[in-house]
Write a protein that binds this ligand. Structure first.
Ligand SMILES: *Cc1c(COP(=O)(O)O)cnc(C)c1O
Length: 357
């Protein structure tokens, strides 16, 4: 059945080897591989579990982490825990990311109940303005560390930062070295040694590749770099990676010559947008049985370079195939590479079948 997301495990393994080489050999970091981009697909999980260079498997969703609990690798929860998921977090997660004392207290109480010690990474906000205690609020940072150290069932594991997600701030020597400084201040003040200083996601790996990762950063968390081969700071391809390990296939359900301008007064489309149409005259158009419920039309690239994506509704994708060298027919299948948003939606849609190569 189509639509279908084909996952090439051989290519993903190549990517894993490539990002591991950059992260570990060039960057001197431990490596957390992030599975949320593919909703922790079982085949992907097996690849990661059998790969010796993967130190942690991480995801933002507890439902995904549950599926590889007890698998032999350490697990990390990337999104700050909800109060309503605390017991699962303590049960299935080795290391959770935190920024709220109230949540840390809940974790401590629950860990006591389960007879466990739970590891915590304290998130520091260096200006991207998503999660974390703002780096200038040192009193709050120290208070959180103090609370962790005083909690019998919590182990203070280290600090981390997330960048380029909300504020699109790019990791550099100047902001990442603030994280290292914060770590040093905590170590001095409390006479402890941090196990982890996690320097960010796929937007930080370019620094490791250039040998510019500030000394003291000892972990990176990689999703997109591994799945799609992207350095997400500047959008370049990481050496040794491929961008076609994931291929989306969808089937043509209508193929007709039609004009490119709609007829009648133009209101708003199914998503409340006022569309703008380019007059291409009469064109050969294909409708594919896939839509915005399953993918992001802005985040898919046809392998046939002579195809243009014109638009989409919930269940239909409209293509201009006039210039293609191929003589498409109803029932033919068209293939696409994906960007991050396209991948996320395809992986999440239960209408997109997942297959392995
Ligand atoms: C999603 C996420 C990552 C992975 O991001 P990529 O850009 O896919 O590498 C890392 N850390 C946190 C906190 C995340 O939420």
């Amino acid at each position: 059945m189509y639509p279908r997301l084909n996952i090439d495990l051989t290519k993903l393994k190549e990517n894993l080897n490539a990002v591991s080489k950059i992260t570990k050999q060039q960057g001197g970091c431990s490596m957390m591989i992030v599975t949320k981009g593919l909703c922790a697909e079982p085949g992907l999980a097996n690849l990661l579990l059998s790969h010796p260079e993967v130190d942690f498997i991480a995801d933002s969703r507890i439902q995904n982490i549950k599926t590889f609990a007890g698998c032999g690798k350490k697990t990390a929860l990337l999104r700050l825990p909800m109060a309503s998921e605390i017991s699962d977090v303590v049960r299935y997660v080795d290391l959770s990311f935190n920024s709220e004392l109230a949540t840390i207290r809940l974790l401590d109480q629950e860990a006591e109940r389960q007879g466990k010690v739970h590891d915590i990474l304290l998130m520091i906000d260096l200006g991207d303005l998503r999660e974390g205690i703002f780096y200038q609020d040192e009193d709050q940072i120290f208070a959180a560390v103090e609370e962790c150290l005083a909690s019998k069932h919590i182990r203070f594991y280290g600090v981390g930062v997330n960048l380029t997600c909300y504020g699109a701030v790019i990791p550099k020597e100047d902001n990442l070295s603030v994280l290292v400084e914060t770590a040093r201040k905590i170590e001095e003040k409390f006479k402890i040694q941090l196990k982890m200083v996690s320097g960010g996601n796929s937007s930080s790996i370019y620094l490791a590749e250039r040998g510019e990762l500030p000394k003291g950063i000892n972990n990176l968390r990689l999703g997109e770099a591994f799945l799609l081969g992207n350095d997400t700071a500047y959008g370049t391809r990481l050496p040794g990676t491929v961008d076609d390990a994931l291929i989306l296939e969808a089937q043509i359900i209508e193929l007709k010559h039609k004009r490119s301008l709609p007829i009648g007064e133009i209101g708003v489309d199914a998503f409340g947008q006022r569309p703008v149409y380019e007059d291409r005259g009469v064109i050969k158009r294909a409708i594919l049985a896939i839509g915005k419920q399953d993918t992001d039309p802005e985040s898919m690239i046809p392998l046939d370079k002579k195809i243009d994506i014109l638009g989409a509704s919930s269940d239909h994708l409209i293509l201009d195939v006039s210039k293609s060298d191929r003589d498409y027919k109803v029932g033919d299948v068209i293939s696409f590479r994906l960007g991050y948003s396209g991948m996320l939606k395809c992986a999440t849609s239960r209408y997109v079948e997942k297959g392995y190569l």
